[in-house]
Design a protein around this ligand. Sequence first.
Ligand SMILES: Nc1ncnc2c1ncn2[C@@H]1O[C@H](COP(=O)(O)OP(=O)(O)O)[C@@H](O)[C@H]1O
Ligand SMILES: CC(=O)N[C@@H](CCC(=O)OP(=O)(O)O)C(=O)O
Length: 250
Amino acid sequence: MSSTIVIKVGGHATNQLSPTFYQQLTAWHQAGKHILIIHGGGPQISEWSSQLHLPINQVDGIRVTDSKTLKVTQAVLLGLVQPMLCKQLADHGLPVMGLNASGLPVIYGDYLDQAVYGEVGQVIGVNRQYIDDALSGGRIGVCAPLAVNASDQLLNVNGDAAAAGVAKLLNAEKLVLLTDVPGVMLADHVVSHLTQEKAQQLVAQKQIKAGMQPKLAAAFEAFKSGVKEVAITNELKQPGTNLVSKQIVM
Ligand SMILES: Nc1ncnc2c1ncn2[C@@H]1O[C@H](COP(=O)(O)OP(=O)(O)O)[C@@H](O)[C@H]1O
Ligand SMILES: CC(=O)N[C@@H](CCC(=O)OP(=O)(O)O)C(=O)O
């Protein structure tokens, strides 16, 4: 399937989608693009974990997930975040399909590092037939960052890693990681173009920290595997930070 756009909408971003988000989505949809949204929900999972007195541990931006936290993750992503996001899209006249509701697997995974992270997965495959059928029918697919392994066990996947892995496997033309900042920031300006070398340098200088680090690692993985346009932004209509293979001298 060509002309697929994968958009990752972070948990913060799902609560503050702007009119331009819907305008751009509508424009891409009308232009015949196949659109798949992978949503996050990290803040919501943390809020419910805390209400249920479960420990919240993250290592390098990845949630350490035991069996109870996995249940909360599943309930929050599939019971709260995804239906709310689907409703918002439908309220804006967009034909939408929550892909997890069918019970069919969407993302296949295996353990990232069970000793460190517990029930956390990395993407190893996608249910291409199911996704192709949904998107070619003109629906905008909405999918949670959850995978199933070969033993049919559910695994929690970081949202950025899930979106990047799926974009790579679908040979998407574009991956947008929609977040709560306008892009990779240096002091008060957005870095418009970023090579992996420069990103590594900025990480070493501690100018890129926290959640932006795994986000960039996932983004570069997709970029290097052939996703031509990879952007990190807080607005679909704003270019934000675009990944490049050679630094552009301005
Ligand atoms: N150089 C940087 N530029 C922008 N954001 C950065 C930078 N370094 C660290 N960050 C942090 O990364 C966060 C985005 O990552 P994250 O919280 O994981 O987003 P999301 O929940 O949307 O996936 C920003 O809110 C910011 O706090
Ligand atoms: C393994 C892992 O870390 N999974 C993430 C999945 C949700 C997510 O990534 O949400 P955001 O994009 O809103 O951060 C988590 O449990 O928080």
